[in-house]
Design a protein around this ligand. Structure first.
Ligand code: SAM
Length: 382
């Protein structure tokens, strides 16, 4: 057995032990697919130099082969592109945010299992990335049943070569995955490796009634919830958010619009009804985001800053001198009023984790609800 084969087995065993992986077929795929082929010649690691948001390439040929393989077969996400620059093309530190990566293998197999993809299914994957997750899908379902879409030309090209080298020939599309792939529809499952602000109606038309859409809902305040939807035969879908803490980079067309320098202007002050640190909680953030769906959020703890991209409305909190908190708001939307109302509904329900929420989509719109579909709900702007 080669070192790589032994490490693949070790990875599969670790994923099973750590509760990421349960099914023998997917375990065999992890034991077979060569992640080193998909990772390519370099990855990017956050270096913090010369700027806090700087990343530096780590090249395969700059470290001993065993060390590279060890890194490859760890249950880690490795960033392969920053703001459109592939790791292998980085000539010095690169500043920006990850735009492509090889997701941690545990999450890749957990997503596949959670989508309930099984032999016989036709799967549409959004966000090919390095192609590793696509290879696992091909391994179990057969390449003829796998379609994967990647928006980034360089990443798509690289993934195509790696999949070819690994002996897989799924249908690969370079383009916007939010449009789906109507030519191959209908599919049984859709698995998104990027998050969305709302579920594209194009997807609902391309998945069979009874089929599954697994996608992370996110907006610009860093709230995330992974939802598993069952598609109905009336053009809609419904399902619950799942336990855990899953987040993916946002689908490029759903990212926030460019913004100038953050400038906070004076507004109306009053005491806050809620503790702003509730927005630092995973689900508290998700709830705040439901209430202020076009807001970007900056700051942490008692000092939260919200800026509504659509209207320029602002809200800023700070500790009050005699205890409690002050909020200062400005603009046509009272962002903090809406957040307070939503957070109070959530805390009255016992501040449950995100799996207490669900999403219902009809032709009239998309609604996130708490508890049951007729419970308190928030409309998602689409
Ligand atoms: C987390 S990575 C995917 C990881 C991949 N599944 C793997 O295992 O290597 C997310 C990918 O989604 C892609 N992406 C972002 N927006 C997209 C869109 N609208 N359509 C298709 N792909 C998109 C990004 O370019 C990125 O490569």
């Amino acid at each position: 057995m080669t070192t790589a084969e032994a490490l693949r087995r070790r990875l599969a065993a670790t994923l099973a032990e750590d509760d990421w992986l349960h099914d023998d077929a997917w375990r065999a795929a992890v034991e077979t697919e060569p992640r080193e082929l998909f990772l390519g010649p370099a990855i990017l690691k956050q270096s913090g130099l010369p700027a806090p948001t700087a990343w530096t390439a780590l090249r395969r040929d700059s470290i001993p082969a065993e060390e590279w393989l060890d890194l490859t077969y760890s249950n880690e996400t490795w960033v392969t592109q920053i703001d459109g620059v592939l790791a292998e093309n980085a000539t010095g530190p690169v500043e920006g945010s990850p735009t492509s990566s090889s997701t941690l293998p545990g999450l890749v197999v957990q997503m596949i299992e959670r989508a309930r993809a099984r032999p016989g299914d036709r799967v549409l994957e959004i966000g090919t990335g390095t192609g590793y997750s696509t290879a696992l899908l091909c391994n179990v379902l057969g390449a003829q049943n796998v379609t994967s879409i990647e928006v980034d030309q360089d990443a798509a090209e690289r993934a195509r070569k790696a999949l070819d080298e690994a002996g897989h020939s799924p249908t690969l599309i370079t383009g916007d995955g939010l449009l789906g792939a109507p030519e191959g529809a209908p599919y049984d499952r859709l698995i998104a490796a990027c998050s969305v602000r709302f579920v594209p109606y194009t997807w609902l038309r391309q998945i069979k009634p009874g089929g599954t859409i697994l996608v992370t809902l996110a907006r610009w305040s860093f709230g995330h919830g992974l939802v598993r939807l069952t598609v109905d035969d009336e053009g809609g879908a419904t399902g619950r958010f799942l336990p855990g803490y899953t987040s993916f980079m946002i689908a490029r067309p759903h990212d926030h619009p460019p913004r100038g320098r953050l400038e906070f202007l004076p507004g109306e002050e009053r005491p806050s009804r809620i503790d702003p640190t509730q927005l630092d909680d995973w689900t508290g953030r998700f709830v705040g985001q439901l209430a202020a769906p076009s807001a970007e959020r900056f700051g942490t703890g008692a000092e939260q800053i919200l800026l509504d991209v659509a209207t320029g409305s602002q809200a800023r909190t700070r500790p009050a001198e005699r205890g409690g908190w002050i909020v200062e708001q400005r603009g046509p939307l009272k962002l903090w009023d809406a957040i307070e109302d939503a957070v109070e509904v959530w805390t009255a329900a016992g501040s449950p984790h995100v799996e207490a929420f669900g999403l219902t989509i009809t032709l009239d719109g998309q609604r996130v609800w708490l508890g049951t579909p007729d419970g308190p709900s928030w409309r998602l702007p689409v």
